[in-house]
Write a protein that binds this ligand. Sequence first.
Ligand SMILES: [Zn+2]
Length: 281
Amino acid sequence: MDITLLGTGGPLPDAHRAGPATLVRTGGVNLLVDAGRGVLMRLAAAGLGAAQVDAVLLTHLHSDHITDLGDLVTTRWITSFAPSPLRVFGPVGTERHLEHLMDSLADDVSFRMAHHPDLAWNPPMVVTEVDLVGPEPTEVWRTETDPAVVVSAGPTDHRPVHPSIGWRVDDGSASVVLAGDTVPCEGLDRLTSGADALVHTVIRKDLIEQVPVQRLLDILDYHSSPQEAGETAQRAGVGTLILTHFVPAPAPGDLDQWTALAASTFGGTVVAGDDLHTVTL
Ligand SMILES: [Zn+2]
């Protein structure tokens, strides 16, 4: 199983970090978790096109995590020579969001269909909203390509962004959890228990707290610090904690600080990578 950090940035544009997105590749299955700014550029750098994504797993509907879904939908559609439905799993609200997205793309779709006689179908999609009740994780998809690859979902806590979902991928020999944005919570603990690796978004609360701007201070209460991500990883007993979605964007050479903070609460391996960094389990 290969886990590639496609985008390690946050909501603010950064010259070197794309928006949040992570690729999990195993058993011939390509799973994309979130679709932030620049996702298709980073996918191309990882050797994949939009048409090769087997499913998109959305952690929540914050714009920085979904802003390039439209690019994915359109590019997949115009590079497929037969209808190839994009499979999307997400929290309740995903269907409505995608309906609005398709409304926004309607002019482009009609222009292209009028111009290309062989493009005779609208961008097809298969959307599954995962409605979780209680903290227990639930299996949501067993892939056709490789039935050993199982996708599960568990509730996270990113309130007032609700619902939000953490994803787990098991392939029979390795497993990874992709937490998205969340504070430590029982749902994430249960989902992560016994996994090999945890990909967790992180913000440096110690740095944000020093900026006297209320709009920045507001974000402290619904994200995890590296130390909190480390505590979650420690409770779950994972071997590797992979940090991503760095807020604020680390200066060059600063990732060691982030790693050390997570390592202060976690005894396993901590990885703090740049875009396209790959961890193989
Ligand atoms: Zn968020």
